[in-house]
Write a new protein. Structure first.
Length: 221
């Protein structure tokens, strides 16, 4: 995700520009902190108290200059209009949130309103075109079969939704093409090679089309 974001930011914004970034559903703040370290002004929104505490703890260990560039707001993903004016941000992140909200289309529209003209919306969602892959690769045939009937966001629908809210899809990647069945606490022998493999597969057809997750970048006109 960091490699993909860096690539898109470098390709869209002038070198050295300090961006206004909104991370909605920031979790423990990994991406938010990475962007703050890169010199950007970052606002993270999160409603889970444990996640906020973890993010604040991580932020407390950073140098003062980085701490000053990151702000944490306690609130739900759908409440951005309560806290911020339309067009307030150059980049809006919403990673791993859409699959857990009741009205994802409404949330997407709200996030698009936060973007300044030319701003970028970065989404991480489950790949609705490959719901049976994990179960099938793990040998759970019944679960894999049932997954074909699961309602979820597909790339075609997301593309149409982004166009409808004024932030048409610019590019997309697959995430966790080969590693979705690996235990979360597993430590690979050659992490650099694994990351390079995933990065290559995530931007190459047909591999990216069967990834567990999709990373989509839309741009506000």
């Amino acid at each position: 995700m960091a490699r993909q974001l860096e690539e898109q930011i470098a390709g869209r914004f002038a070198v050295g520009r300090r961006l206004r970034v909104l991370d909605v559903g920031m979790g423990r703040g990994a991406q938010a902190l990475w962007l703050a370290r890169a010199g950007h002004q970052v606002t993270g929104v999160e409603q889970d108290a444990a996640m906020i505490a973890a993010a604040r703890e991580a932020l407390a260990g950073e140098p003062e200059g980085i701490r000053e560039r990151m702000r944490i707001v306690e609130g739900a993903a759908g409440e951005t209009g309560v806290h911020f004016l339309p067009g307030s941000f150059d980049v809006v992140l919403c990673h791993g949130v859409l699959m857990s909200v009741e009205e994802p289309d409404a949330l997407l529209a709200a996030l698009a309103r936060m973007l300044a003209p030319g701003g970028m919306l970065s989404l991480l969602v489950r790949n609705g075109d490959a719901p049976a892959m994990r179960a099938g690769l793990c040998g759970d045939w019944a679960e894999a079969l049932a997954a074909f009937d699961t309602e979820s966001y597909r790339l075609k629908r997301l593309t149409a939704t982004l166009a409808g809210i004024g932030a048409p899809l610019h590019t997309w990647y697959g995430v966790r093409v080969f590693t979705d069945t690996v235990a979360d606490d597993a430590v690979p022998d050659d992490l650099d090679t694994l990351l390079t493999l995933e990065d290559r597969a995530g931007r190459t057809d047909p591999y990216r089309g069967v990834a567990a997750l999709l990373h989509l970048c839309g741009v506000r006109g």
